[in-house]
Structures are given as structure tokens and as C-alpha cells.
Design a protein around this ligand. Structure first.
Ligand code: HEC
Length: 379
């Protein structure tokens, strides 16, 4: 049942996440492509063709003369993304805290302690971000961006001192996602409500809402690629399994923001090429830095030894018929019960063992010597 719930929550999360980010990317694209409109009441307009028809989009300088009967809002995509994301965090990381969240070699936390720290990190992350955005820094976009960057670098480092690599990455992403959804709920949507209210009451809208809303929208756009990196990188032990995983996280998040900077610039016509180059270069540096060093000139590891270790430490889960109670199928279809299958999975075995992802929570007591042996095995 937990597996089904996780699958359904993940499906929903990806779908509503696409709806949210899709709409968000679309409106940024729209805003940045507006051309001068012939009618002065419009800030801009553009024509587009899609799905077999022409569209004409016009943006009002302020608001239409008369409010339309139907006004479409974009907010539930964001809220549902957060709700399903939080459900997934609970189902995957909190329901299986010993397996996915806690790494006793990083910090021997209890299940309750780890979950408590995880939840507190979401609240604290949001509070510090709000504090920064409301401080005098808010008057300088660059100063605020730098402060947020430094803060998130600290968050990445701190999380990596507390949780497993995966647990740290997912909490980094969850903090960012919480901030993004919070920006929609507490700043952007209330600002839009104020616009509508002002129009109904026939007065000028309070400009402070519009300014804050704009700033938070800009933040959200640069958070998008980093968040998506954290959500998918937890399927790649190469990234979160490294001893310096927090540095990997900072570099990849920064690279994502830089690449997004380039796309936003490109909509306006003049894309600052250095942002794309710097982003891709950063990814290249991370890739090169994570290449494992040359192996010492030791005796090659024998398949017999690997089979013995796998038989003791992995087979109760990764077999045709797993013997671990409650496990119906080999996880991720990884079966290690024949020589052929073990050889075929050699690089995955190395990678998951090096990242200390397998065995989960070291439930079968893989020793350090055995770990080193599996890491060295190169058939
Ligand atoms: C208690 C059961 C259990 C044991 C023991 C176990 N695994 Fe796993 N293994 C899992 C689960 C659960 C997953 C799926 C993890 C996920 O969802 O990311 C998995 C996934 C994997 C994967 C695929 C990873 C991926 O992301 O594609 C590999 C490879 C793997 N295990 C190797 C091993 C090796 C090697 C051992 C022994 C040293 C081992 N496992 C021991 C439960 C186990």
C-alpha cells in the first residue's frame, strides 16, 4: 500500500508541478515578448499560433475599464505541487526514515529526531528567507540575491552534516519549494487580490504589493531549475553519495539558476551569453571533479568474493523471489541471483555501495572491508 500511495503521490506531484512551472514559464515568456501595442491602454501585446489557431494576448497597463465576469487565477497548481510534494516527503523519507533519511555515519539520529529536524528545516528556511526579503536588503535586487545565495550555501552544508546524502538533497529542494509556494500564497496572490479590490473601489492600487510580487516572482523563476535538480538527483547516487555532496548541491543549484538567467534574457532578445557558459561550465567542473580517482594497484577482486558478499548482504531483497517479508518484487527490478545478473549490474553495485545507499540503512550489516571490495570490483 505504501508503494502504491508513493506512486500515486509522485504521479500527481509531477503532473501538478508541470502545470505550475509550465504556466510560470509561459507567463515569463509572454511578458518578455510583448510588443508595443497600438492602443495606449495596453502595456504590450503579441500574437501567437498554437493548436491550430491564432491567439492575441494583450497586457493592460493597470486593469481593464470594467472587470470581466470571469477572471482566471493561477494558484492551485502551486498549492497542489506543495501538498503532493509534502505527502511524498512523508511517504518516502519520513515513513522510511532509517532507510532514506538517516545515515548513522553522518549523524546517528533517532527516527523522531530526524523527522523533527527535517520539518523544522522547512519552517526555519522559510522564516530566514522571509526575514531577508523584508530586511533593508529588499531595496537592492543584487544584494538580496547574494544574501539568499549565501544562505542556501549554508543550508546545503548544514543539511549534509545531518542527513544521508539523499535526505540532505531532498530537504534542500523541499525548503526551496516551500518558499516558492509561500511566495505565491502570501505575496503574489494577495498582491493580485489588492489589484482587483482597488479596481472595484475605484482607487489606485497600493504599489508596494506589485513591487514585492514582482521580486518574489523573479526569485521563483531562478529557484525552478535548482528545485527540479534536487527532485531528480536523488535517483543518482553519483551526486548525493559523494563526501562533498553539499558542494555538488551548491554548484548544481547555482548552475541551474545561471541557465535560467540565460533563458529569461533570451526571451527579451539580448541573452547574456556568459550566464549560459558559466552554468554549463559549472556542470562540467562538477562532472570532472566527481570522476573517481585511479585505483591503487591491488589484486583484482574475484567474482567469487563478490558473489559471497552479495549473497549475504543483498540477496534477501534483490532476488527473483525476495525473502524479506513484505517485499513482493526485487526493488527496481535489480536481481542479483546469477553470475550474469551480478556482472550486468557491476557499475550500479559499485555506485550504490559507494554512495552508502545500499544496503538501505545497512540493514544487512555490510562491513567496511566488503564495501571497499565491491567498490573496487571491475569485471
Ligand atoms: C532491505 C532490502 C535491500 C537490500 C538488503 C539491498 N537493497 Fe538494493 N535496493 C533496495 C530498495 C528498496 C531499492 C530501491 C531504492 C529506491 O527506491 O531508490 C534498491 C535499489 C538498488 C539498486 C538500484 C538503484 C537505482 O537507483 O537504480 C541497486 C543497484 C541496488 N539496490 C544494489 C544493492 C546491493 C549491491 C545490495 C547489497 C550490497 C543491496 N542493493 C541490498 C532494497 C535493498
Amino acid at each position: 500500500m505504501l508503494d502504491w500511495l508513493t506512486l500515486l503521490a509522485r504521479w500527481a506531484h509531477v503532473v501538478v508541478g508541470m502545470a505550475w512551472i509550465g504556466a510560470s514559464f509561459y507567463f515569463i515568456w509572454l511578458d518578455n515578448h510583448l510588443e508595443k501595442a497600438s492602443d495606449p491602454q495596453f502595456a504590450g501585446e503579441l500574437y501567437a499560433i498554437h493548436g491550430g489557431g491564432f491567439y492575441r494576448a494583450q497586457k493592460y497597463r493597470l486593469a481593464p475599464e470594467k472587470l470581466p465576469a470571469t477572471l482566471h487565477w493561477f494558484k492551485w497548481e502551486a498549492y497542489w505541487t506543495w501538498i503532493t510534494g509534502f505527502a511524498l516527503l512523508v511517504l518516502v523519507y519520513y515513513a522510511n526514515a532509517e532507510v532514506f533519511l538517516i545515515d548513522a555515519e553522518v549523524m546517528p539520529l533517532s527516527q523522531g529526531g530526524a523527522i523533527g529536524i527535517g520539518l523544522a528545516s522547512l519552517v526555519a528556511g522559510l522564516a530566514v528567507y522571509e526575514g531577508l526579503c523584508r530586511s533593508p536588503l529588499r531595496n537592492s535586487d543584487a544584494g538580496l540575491a547574494l544574501a539568499i545565495l549565501v544562505f542556501f550555501a549554508l543550508v546545503a552544508w548544514a543539511l549534509a552534516q545531518l542527513f544521508s546524502g539523499r535526505g540532505a538533497f531532498i530537504h534542500f529542494g523541499a525548503i526551496l519549494g516551500t518558499i516558492m509556494a509561500g511566495n505565491v500564497a502570501h505575496i503574489i496572490i494577495p498582491g493580485q487580490r489588492e489589484l482587483v479590490r482597488a479596481k472595484q473601489e475605484g482607487r489606485e492600487p497600493d504599489a508596494k504589493y506589485a513591487l514585492a510580487g514582482k521580486q518574489r516572482s523573479v526569485h521563483n523563476t531562478y529557484f525552478t531549475l535548482p528545485v527540479i535538480f534536487t527532485m531528480i538527483s536523488n535517483h543518482h547516487a553519483t551526486t548525493f553519495g559523494h563526501a562533498w555532496n553539499w558542494l555538488v548541491l551548491i554548484a548544481m543549484a547555482l548552475a541551474g539558476a545561471l541557465v535560467r538567467l540565460w533563458f529569461v534574457g533570451r526571451h527579451k532578445g539580448a541573452a547574456p551569453a556568459w550566464t549560459l557558459v558559466a552554468g554549463l561550465l559549472l556542470v562540467g567542473v562538477v562532472i570532472v571533479a566527481l570522476v573517481p580517482g585511479p585505483q591503487a594497484n591491488l589484486e583484482p577482486v574475484k567474482l567469487e568474493d563478490v558473489k559471497r558478499i552479495v549473497g549475504q548482504r543483498c540477496l534477501n531483497c534483490h532476488a527473483e523471489k525476495p525473502t524479506l517479508p513484505g517485499l513482493a518484487e526485487a526493488p527496481k527490478g535489480v536481481k542479483l541471483d546469477t553470475d550474469e545478473r551480478i556482472r550486468g549490474q557491476a557499475s550500479h553495485i559499485r555506485e550504490t555501495v559507494r554512495a552508502r545507499l545500499m544496503p538501505p540503512g545497512n540493514i544487512t550489516g555490510l562491513t567496511n572491508e566488503e564495501r571497499v571490495l565491491l567498490e573496487r570490483w571491475n569485471p
